[in-house]
Each structure stands twice: as structure tokens, then as C-alpha cells.
Design a protein around this ligand. Structure first.
Ligand code: BG6
Length: 465
């Protein structure tokens, strides 16, 4: 049984759902401008039309039993020029969104920024430019002032680790190694400023980071492979959480930066900020696990990572991703590893001792709408059920998991695959090429989740409809 106050919910981001890209004063973000592959036709112009249909979506989620909804706010709508003028139309819109959630007794968990940096700031160097930290601080102060009476729980920056490591796929451009780690440092300073501002401006407000954390397995017990996994754990996972929670740059990450010639620009006043501002909880996104080995001579590849799946990870002399032979993959070639979630949660708990919300977890799949508007997504139920069982085991072992907000509440435009890869508990009637009706249809997983929320347990629920 999950505790009666467990925060059952679901997650979304603004740019992947809202559409309305040219309405109410919104300016372009890097997501609107990034080049897309030929097979990715769906863009964010209409997306799932959530900007216009948020009332219907919130109502459906309330009927499912959701007690929380994670959304993100788009910087480009709130402060279209990135730095100064606050757009009152946008403020009014999101006050209505939060008011609607309140009417349905749904608690908002709000991400301040989910991959969608204003293009105008990217044009000036984006996160490699320290001025973006100041712009972000100004932006979050506006959020806390405008919405602090409606929103108590805030999340800072969605998956800075994946955004930087998979830059080409998520942002549409490559950072140099030096730029990537200057951007890392600036993002982490920005996050600290958000912790500080939230605690100053939101009475009783709570705030946490929201990285994508998957424990990295070594490919074998060969000492070099153990070392490769330790390094990639530092680079992918602990570097971000250590900065947030412990106020330091992880020593293995520091060693890696030193050996790879990175020279970080650090301001003298940063030390005070970094060591005095901490999160109240951790938001953790988890989809898949990662396995690496030490790269042998002759195994050279291009340095980098193409997405959060591990196999393409490569850094000469440090680590190389490999296919884990013990795990199955989903339709989109991502490894499925529910036990990995339990291990990850227990390790996070051991390192950081903070309450945890699972802020993303879910299965991207090809769904089929039947003529009578049903979606029989037993594969998604199986995925969610196995991961919830794993969370439950972690909780029995002492991990303080406070809530589960799977990805995603409604179908949305996937970062890597557009509209053909669906995550939603609620189907959105559009395809990659055709906007169709945009009607909403609850999937079998919606009804399954409704049962889980109602009974507070994952075992023994009917899974056929
Ligand atoms: C997370 C992101 O990395 O992964 C989401 O926070 C994203 O925005 C999700 O949608 C799944 O990735 P993808 O590429 O399948 O959409």
C-alpha cells in the first residue's frame, strides 16, 4: 500500500503540449527554431493544443483521480524579450490555469524551464554566457512573485544533464567540451539562485532540482570497467545532484574536467551562494538504465552521447556505452529496467537524504486508436506497474518517495520522435502529419492508473477493459 497522502499525478512540459506558438505575445524558443529531422514533421506550432484545452485536460486528470500535475512555464511567454518586460496576458493565462487546478483539487508542481530557452538569449551565447544566469534569476523572481500565492512546489531546470549531454538532439546544436561545462556551471549557479529566490519570495515554498538520474552499471567486474562506470556516474548523475545538495563539484567530475582541459569561469561570490542554498526535495526523472565499459584500443567512436539511452555514450579514455544483455528494449530501442529504478532511488537516498518526487517515468510507444476510440496500451500498464512496484520496494527500504508523476498526462510531441512516439495516459487525436480533431480519449492505462490511485496499491488491479 502507498501512504494515503502519496501525491499521485502526471507530468507535462509547456512546449511539448501547448501549441499557440504565435499567440499572446510568445517569442520563439530554441525549441521552436531547432532543425528537425526529415521524419519528424510534428512541431510545436499546435502540439497537443493544451494552451486552449487545458480546462478539459485538467478535468480529465481530476476524473482519473490525479492529485498533482507537473507543468512547466514557458519563459518565452512570460518574458518574451528574455530579460525585462513581463507579459501580463501570459500571467493572466497561467493564473487561470492554476485556478482551474485548484478548483479540481490538483496541486501544481511547476518547472521553471524545460529545454525552451528564449532564442533571443541563445543568440547571445545562451548558457555559456553568464548574463543568462542573471536573466534566469530575474525570470524566476517574476514567477515566484506572480504565482507564489498559487504554487508552493517548484522545480528548477528540467534535466540539465541530458540537455547538455544530448545537446544536438535536444537543442539542435553542439557545444564544444569547454562550452558544455561552462554551461553546466552556469546552469547550476542559476539553479542555486532559484533556490534562494523561492525561499525568499514564496511563503512556505519548496523547491527542488529535476535531473534525469539512472545509475550507471559497469559492463563487467573488470576494474577498468568499474572505473568507467564511476566516472560516467559522476558526469551524468552525481555531478548535478552533488552541486545542488552538497554544494560542491563532484571530485570525480572535477578530475575528468581537469584531464579534459576544461577551465571554468567561477566568480568569487559564487561560493557563498553555492554553500548556503539547498533544495527541499529532489525531482527525479527516470526512464532507462545505462551501462558502460572502459573503451579498448580500436573501439574509437565520436565523443558524445546522442540521447539518454546509453549505447552511444563515448568519451575517449573514459567510458563507452554498451548494450546490457540482461535487459529488454522498448519499441524505440530504450532499455527497460524497473529494478534499476529501485537501485537508483536507494543510492540517491543514501547520498542525499531528501524527500523524492518521481517527476517523469513512462513508456514511449506506438499507440493505436480503435474505431470505437479505445487505446489498448497494456504494454504501458506493464511498464508503469513494474516501475511502481520498484518504487514501493524502495520505500519499504526507507526511501522517502512522496509522489509519482509519470510522463505524460496527455500525448505530446516527443523530443526525439515527434508525435509518433506517445507517452500519454490520455490520447490526443492527431498524428505526425495531420492535426485531425485533437480530441482527447482516455487510454486503458488511464483507467488502470485510476484504479491504482483509488486503491493506493499496484498489485491485483484489473488490467483489461
Ligand atoms: C525527458 C524530457 O528527457 O524525456 C521530456 O524531460 C521528454 O521532455 C522525455 O519528452 C522523453 O524523451 P523523448 O525523446 O522520447 O520525448
Amino acid at each position: 500500500m502507498f501512504p494515503s497522502n502519496f501525491l499521485w499525478g502526471a507530468s507535462l512540459s509547456a512546449h511539448q503540449t501547448e501549441g499557440a506558438v504565435n499567440e499572446d505575445g510568445k517569442s520563439p524558443s530554441v525549441q521552436d527554431t531547432r532543425p528537425r529531422s526529415n521524419s519528424q514533421i510534428a512541431d510545436f506550432t499546435v502540439a497537443s493544443d493544451h494552451y486552449h484545452r487545458y480546462r478539459e485536460d485538467i478535468k480529465l486528470l481530476a476524473q482519473m483521480g490525479a492529485k498533482a500535475l507537473r507543468i512547466s512555464l514557458p519563459w518565452t511567454r512570460i518574458i518574451p524579450d528574455g530579460v525585462s518586460e513581463v507579459n501580463q496576458k501570459a500571467v493572466a493565462h497561467y493564473r487561470n490555469v492554476f485556478q482551474t487546478m485548484q478548483e479540481y483539487q490538483i496541486q501544481p508542481l511547476v518547472t521553471t524551464y524545460h529545454f525552451d530557452l528564449p532564442q533571443v538569449l541563445q543568440d547571445q551565447g545562451g548558457w555559456t554566457n553568464r548574463a543568462t544566469v542573471d536573466a534566469y534569476e530575474n525570470y524566476v523572481r517574476v514567477l515566484f512573485q506572480e504565482f507564489g500565492d498559487q504554487v508552493s512546489h517548484w522545480l528548477t531546470i528540467n534535466e540539465p544533464n541530458i540537455m547538455l549531454l544530448a545537446d544536438q538532439k535536444i537543442l539542435g546544436f553542439h557545444y564544444t567540451h569547454q562550452e558544455r561545462y561552462q554551461a553546466f556551471y552556469n546552469l547550476m549557479i542559476a539553479e542555486k539562485k532559484a533556490f534562494q529566490a523561492c525561499h525568499q519570495l514564496v511563503p512556505g515554498g519548496q523547491i527542488g532540482p529535476v535531473p534525469n538520474i539512472s545509475y550507471v552499471y559497469p559492463g563487467s567486474c573488470r576494474p577498468q570497467d568499474i572505473r568507467a562506470a564511476a566516472t560516467f556516474n559522476a558526469v551524468r548523475n552525481w555531478g548535478y545532484l552533488d552541486f545542488s545538495v552538497r554544494g560542491l563539484i563532484n571530485p570525480l567530475l572535477q578530475a575528468y574536467l581537469r584531464k579534459t582541459g576544461v577551465d571554468l569561469q567561477i566568480l568569487p561570490e559564487d561560493q557563498e551562494l553555492v554553500t548556503h542554498n539547498f533544495p527541499d526535495f529532489l525531482g527525479i526523472n527516470y526512464y532507462t538504465s545505462v551501462t558502460v565499459e572502459y573503451p579498448q584500443a580500436g573501439q574509437d567512436r565520436q565523443n558524445g552521447i546522442s540521447d539518454q539511452q546509453s549505447e552511444d555514450v563515448y568519451e575517449k579514455d573514459f567510458y563507452k556505452g554498451l548494450t546490457n544483455p540482461y535487459l529488454e528494449k522498448n519499441d524505440f530501442n530504450w532499455t527497460v529496467d524497473p529494478l534499476g529504478l529501485q537501485t537508483t532511488l536507494e543510492l540517491i537516498n543514501d547520498r542525499y537524504h531528501r524527500p523524492i518526487y518521481i517527476t517523469e517515468n513512462g513508456l514511449g510507444a506506438y499507440d493505436e486508436l480503435t474505431p470505437d476510440h479505445k487505446i489498448h496500451d497494456q504494454y504501458r500498464i506493464d511498464y508503469l506497474q513494474s516501475h511502481l512496484e520498484s518504487i514501493q520496494e524502495a520505500m519499504v527500504n526507507g526511501v522517502d518517495v512522496q509522489g509519482y508523476l509519470p510522463w505524460s498526462a496527455i500525448d505530446l510531441v516527443s523530443v526525439h520522435e515527434g508525435m509518433k512516439k506517445r507517452y500519454g495516459l490520455i490520447y490526443v487525436d492527431r498524428t505526425e502529419e495531420d492535426l485531425k480533431t485533437l480530441n482527447r480519449y482516455p487510454k486503458d492505462s488511464y483507467y488502470w492508473y485510476q484504479g491504482v490511485i483509488e486503491h493506493g496499491e499496484v498489485n491485483g488491479n484489473a488490467t483489461t477493459f
